[in-house]
Design a protein around this ligand. Structure first.
Ligand code: NAD
Length: 437
């Protein structure tokens, strides 16, 4: 089977590469010529563990190619995946400009039956919109097509594993033929007994938003619990463990911290409240989740100041800028937001992140010195703040860190260290939700 994937970002590149690894012929397309040039040189435009090797293998074996020629890619494919961005608009709704542009290009290049599949996260009704955009061109040319929704649940940093071993595959379509083709495409996953959730287009579209809104709710919930822990002197980790062992609750996503970020949760929580509002309904729970998440950033700043005193004139070592470990993605990163807040208070920041510094440089204001490692970042600083839980920050040489710092203070916004051990080593230490503010 020949397929193409429109949009060669985090989702499109991983999707295309993994389908190629399943044995399908895949053309990945992007309108950003510099990305395609890089890929054709064997370079990967994003940081994603294992992706470079998997791309190289499938290119070498002749199943994966990259182009900017969208028309040719569409003409040569039975299945066309749309994996372009759906960023938030000012009003919180999803901006569908890239989706509509892709649909118009598909309409202009129909040359036979095709299944057009949205991998992007799109509001309910987008499948119907794509049907409308392609419909008249298809009727004029006498071509048939179907639209399907196949939302993606991969997580950056473990994207290949998530694609190859997903918790579930969701497919929504009106046509049985489209569903059969997509099931065939995913047939390697039957071998590992992956559950398939198959239904109508609108339901599949909503499953993605409902899932992300629920996960974001868990994060804001545990963050509020951690704030209460600080007020009553309780330990949020024990609370989370005690809650998570209840199978109806589950242990995942009960880690307190500076709040969620990234390219999905912030925009998807806004989008689902917007979808509801457009239908005259207030999604109050998720509105609160968004509000709690915003407030958590400010609370983290207060936590830092509670340890350091006024920040004006101080030097803060910031470890981590990516929105989570194992990615270079800084979109809506809590780390970046908190660095901005620290700078606004008049402190200088010495920052280190293993993958995200190039991106951070483009968005952060002046006042940040980008360093080569954690110890260089700590050199002469008044405090260290752990903002992203990269593995290397879990295993710092604490004696070396202490020696580099002007004052031995560590504010651990990801709770990677044990408070009692840190204090025993002579650090003034603050974590999140561990009985201390
Ligand atoms: P991205 O910004 O990394 O990539 C999108 C790519 O699409 C860009 O390279 C852009 O140049 C390209 N593009 C835009 N319009 C195009 C067009 N008309 N023709 C060809 N290329 C075009 O975005 P992403 O993070 O991969 O996210 C894509 C979608 O998947 C979003 O809807 C997102 O919500 C969803 N999603 C993302 C993740 C994630 O972890 N990043 C996970 C699940 C779902």
């Amino acid at each position: 089977m020949n397929i193409c994937v429109i949009g060669t970002g985090y989702v499109g590149l991983v999707t295309g590469t993994c389908f190629a690894d399943f044995g399908v012929n895949v053309t990945c397309v992007d309108k950003d010529a510099s990305k395609i040039d890089m890929l054709n040189r064997g370079e990967i435009p994003i940081y994603e563990p294992g992706l470079k090797e998997l791309v190289a293998k499938n290119v070498h074996e002749g199943r994966l190619s990259f182009t900017t020629d969208l028309g040719a890619a569409i003409k040569g494919s039975l299945v066309v995946f749309i994996a372009v961005g759906t960023p938030p608009r000012e009003d919180g709704g999803a901006d569908l400009a890239y989706i509509e542009e892709a649909a118009r290009t598909i309409a202009a290049n129909l040359n036979g039956y095709k299944v057009v599949v949205t991998k992007s996260t799109v509001p309910v009704g987008t499948g119907a919109l794509i049907e409308k955009i392609i419909g008249s061109a298809a009727a004029a040319g006498g071509h048939k097509f179907d639209v399907a929704s196949n939302p993606e649940f991969l997580r950056e940093g473990s994207a290949i594993e998530d694609f190859m071993r997903p918790n579930r595959v969701v497919i929504g379509a009106r046509s049985q033929q489209a569903i059969a083709i997509l099931k065939d495409l995913y047939s390697p996953l039957y071998l590992i007994e992956t559950p398939f959730v198959i239904g109508d287009l609108e339901t599949a579209e909503l499953i993605k938003y409902a899932s992300n809104a629920f996960l974001a709710t868990k994060i804001s919930f545990i963050n509020e619990i951690s704030n209460i822990c600080e007020l009553v002197g309780a330990d949020v980790h024990m609370v989370a463990k005690g809650m998570g062992l209840d199978k109806r609750i589950g242990a995942k996503f009960l880690h307190p911290g500076p709040g969620y970020g990234g390219s999905c949760f912030p925009k998807d929580t806004l989008a689902i409240t917007h979808i509801a509002k457009e239908k005259g309904y207030r999604f109050r729970i998720v509105e609160s989740v968004v509000e709690v998440n915003r407030a958590q950033r400010d609370r983290m700043l207060e936590k830092i100041k509670a340890v350091t005193g006024p920040l004006k004139g101080k030097v803060i070592c910031a470890l981590g800028l990516a929105f989570k470990p194992n990615t270079d993605d800084i979109r809506e990163s809590p780390a970046v937001d908190i660095v901005r807040l620290i700078l606004k208070e008049g402190a200088a920041v010495r920052a280190y992140d293993p993958a995200a510094m190039e991106h951070a440089r483009l968005v952060l204001p002046q006042g940040v010195t980008y360093c080569n490692d954690s110890y260089e970042a700590a050199d002469g600083a008044d405090a260290v703040v752990i903002l992203t839980e990269w593995n290397q920050f879990r295993k710092l040489d604490l004696a070396r860190l202490k020696a580099a710092l002007k004052t031995a203070r560590l504010i651990d916004l990801r709770n990677v260290y044990d408070p009692a051990s840190m204090r025993a080593l002579g650090f003034e230490y603050a974590g999140v939700g561990r009985g201390c503010v």
